[in-house]
Design a protein around this ligand. Structure first.
Ligand SMILES: [Zn+2]
Length: 417
C-alpha cells in the first residue's frame, strides 16, 4: 500500500498543477483577496480530491494592511529610496519620522551591546540573514534589541545584492513597537556611503479586527488517534510565496488525495490542517491547538508540518526536542533512501511549534537547512517565485511526506512523546 500511495503522489500531474495554481493566487498576505482566493482553491481541491468538504475554522485576529512606505535621505542628494514596511509595523506620525541612522551591521546581540550608547533616538539599520541555519539571528530578536535600547525606528537590509527589499514580521504588538521597514542591499549602501545619514521614514498602515479561517479536514482511520499534516496558507506580498509555502500546500493536497481511499485500512486518521496568519507569530495554529481539549491533544500522535520543502534537494527535520520522534523519522526516511537531516532544538519558526509546546511530537520539514546558497535564500524577497522550485525537488519532498504519513497512520503503536 505504501508504494502505491507514494507512486500516486509522485506520479500525478496534480502536484505540479496545484503548486502552479497556488502560486497564481499571488503572495497570499493575510487579510488580502489573494489569501482568500488561495483558501477557496484549497478548499475546493480538498473536497474534490477526498470527497469531504474541509471545515473553515474561524480565526479572529488584529488585521493589518499596508499603506504607503517612503524613505528619504535628508542630507546630501536628498534622494527618495524604496522601502517596504514590515508586517504589523506601527505607522509613523504625520509628516514621517525624522532621525539619524545608525548602522550596526548584522545586528547580533554583541553588535547591539557594543553600540548601545549611540542607539537611543536613532533609526537602527541591521542586515537580514539566511533564515534556515543553526546560527541565524532572527529579525524579531534584532527588533527587540533595538527597542530595548531606545531606537525610534528599524530598517533591515536584504543580504543579497540585486534581490530587492526584504519583508517579514516586525514583532511589534499593539502595546509596543517602533516603525520598521525592509530595504534592498543597494538602498543600505546608499544610506551609509557617506557616513550615517539623516532620514525621514513614513509608514502608513491600517489596523482593524478581522476574521479569517484555517481549513481542517478529517480523514478518519479505524482507531481514535490522529496524525496532523499541516502547512500554512498565508505569505508575503512581494512575490508569489512559492517556496514559502506553496510547496508545502501542494504536497499536503497530494498526500490527502492519495491517502483518502486507503484510510479504512489504517489505524490512525489523517487530519489535514491548513493554517493561516502563520507569518504573524503563528496566530492560526495558536487558535487551533490551544482550542483543543486535553483529550483531543493527546489523541494527536504526530504533527508533520510542511513549510518551504523545496528549493533544494536536501530536506531537514526540525524535531522540536523529541528524540524518539527524531529516531523514528530518520529510520523511516533512510529505509526509503532519503538522506533526511535532523536539527533537534525547539524552533519557533513555523506552526509545528504550537503543537510541540503543548507536548505533541511535532516536526517541521524544511529544505535547504544550513545551505545559504540554496534557492531558499529568496524567501521573504521578490525572488520567492515558482522558477526556484524544480519538479523533482517538489516530488521528492511530497513522496517522503506521503511515506512518513502512511507509516505514522498504519503503525500498530505510535508513541513518540
Ligand atoms: Zn513559512
Amino acid at each position: 500500500m505504501i508504494e502505491d500511495i507514494v507512486e500516486k503522489v509522485v506520479g500525478s500531474n496534480n502536484l505540479a498543477r496545484d503548486f502552479a495554481a497556488i502560486c497564481d493566487t499571488g503572495g497570499r498576505f493575510a487579510g488580502s483577496d489573494s489569501e482568500q482566493a488561495a483558501r477557496d482553491y484549497l478548499s475546493d481541491r480538498l473536497e474534490e480530491a477526498t470527497g469531504i468538504a474541509p471545515t473553515h475554522a474561524p480565526v479572529d485576529y488584529l488585521g493589518w494592511s499596508r499603506g504607503d512606505s517612503v524613505l528619504e535621505r535628508l542630507d546630501g542628494a536628498g534622494a527618495s529610496l524604496p522601502c517596504v514596511s514590515l508586517v504589523r509595523s506601527p505607522a509613523t506620525p504625520d509628516g514621517g519620522l525624522v532621525a539619524e541612522l545608525i548602522d550596526i551591521g548584522r545586528g547580533t546581540e554583541q553588535n547591539f551591546v557594543v553600540r548601545a550608547a549611540e542607539i537611543e533616538g536613532r533609526i537602527v539599520l541591521v542586515r537580514h540573514e539566511y533564515m534556515f541555519a543553526t546560527g541565524t539571528v532572527h529579525r524579531r530578536r534584532k527588533y527587540q534589541w533595538a527597542m530595548d535600547r531606545g531606537a525610534v525606528g528599524f530598517l533591515i537590509a536584504c543580504h543579497l545584492p540585486g534581490a530587492g527589499p526584504v519583508t517579514g514580521s516586525s514583532g511589534a504588538t499593539p502595546e509596543r513597537g517602533i516603525p520598521a521597514a525592509g530595504i534592498s542591499a543597494e538602498t543600505a549602501k546608499a544610506l551609509t556611503a557617506d557616513g550615517p545619514a539623516k532620514v525621514r521614514l513614513r509608514i502608513e498602515t491600517d489596523e482593524a479586527p478581522r476574521r479569517t479561517a484555517n481549513l481542517v479536514l478529517d480523514l478518519p482511520g479505524t482507531g481514535p488517534e490522529w496524525i496532523v499534516l499541516s502547512a500554512h496558507i498565508d505569505g508575503h506580498h512581494l512575490a508569489e510565496s512559492a517556496i514559502d509555502n506553496a510547496t508545502g500546500l501542494a504536497a499536503a493536497l497530494s498526500v490527502a488525495a492519495a491517502m483518502a481511499p486507503n484510510m479504512g485500512r489504517l489505524a490512525r486518521g489523517l487530519r489535514i490542517a491548513l493554517f493561516t496568519v502563520e507569518e504573524w507569530a503563528l496566530a492560526g495554529s495558536v487558535v487551533y491547538v490551544d482550542g483543543l481539549s486535553d483529550a483531543q491533544r493527546s489523541a494527536i500522535k504526530l504533527n508533520l508540518n510542511l513549510d518551504s520543502i523545496a528549493g533544494s534537494p536536501n530536506l531537514t527535520a526540525l524535531t522540536s526536542g523529541f528524540p524518539k520522534l527524531e529516531a523514528w523519522l530518520l529510520t523511516r526516511a533512510r529505509a526509503r533512501g532519503h538522506a533526511l537531516g535532523a536539527h533537534r532544538p525547539m524552533m519557533a519558526n513555523s506552526d509545528h511549534y504550537n503543537f510541540a509546546r503543548q507536548g505533541i511530537p511535532a516536526v517541521r520539514l524544511v529544505a535547504g537547512f544550513d545551505e545559504p546558497e540554496s534557492e531558499l535564500k529568496y524567501v521573504l524577497t521578490p525572488g520567492d517565485t515558482r522558477d526556484k522550485v524544480t519538479a523533482d525537488d517538489l516530488r521528492r519532498a511530497a513522496g517522503l511526506t506521503a511515506a512518513l504519513a502512511v507509516e505514522a497512520c498504519r503503525a500498530d503503536e505510535l508513541e513518540l512523546r
